[in-house]
Design a protein around this ligand. Sequence first.
Ligand SMILES: [Zn+2]
Ligand SMILES: [Zn+2]
Length: 113
Amino acid sequence: MTPVPQDLQADRARRRLTIGWGVDHSGEYPFFDLRVACNCAACVDENTGVRILDPRSVSPDVAIEGMQLVGNYAVRIQWSDGHATGLYTWDYLAKLCPCPRCMRRSGAGDGNA
Ligand SMILES: [Zn+2]
Ligand SMILES: [Zn+2]
């Protein structure tokens, strides 16, 4: 089952995107981590799945300029460094969720995608 965020809030002062997944569950995603995790064709090789993006090339100050919902399954994020081709699906964001509950669970059954 794919989780759907109830709430998406980019906090530019704290450089975090807060995603509310539902009652008692929300994750605070640092902008930088999200930017580095971008899996668009420019950041990850489509054929090999190897990450092309070098995290060192990303500014630690990178921020979200805008967000645009794509259908009901993803959000497209416009970054302050001009990068705007990355789609973050709910599925992917759920996998990246940095809340303590998800961190504890991560590593289990992470096969495809
Ligand atoms: Zn990208
Ligand atoms: Zn979580």
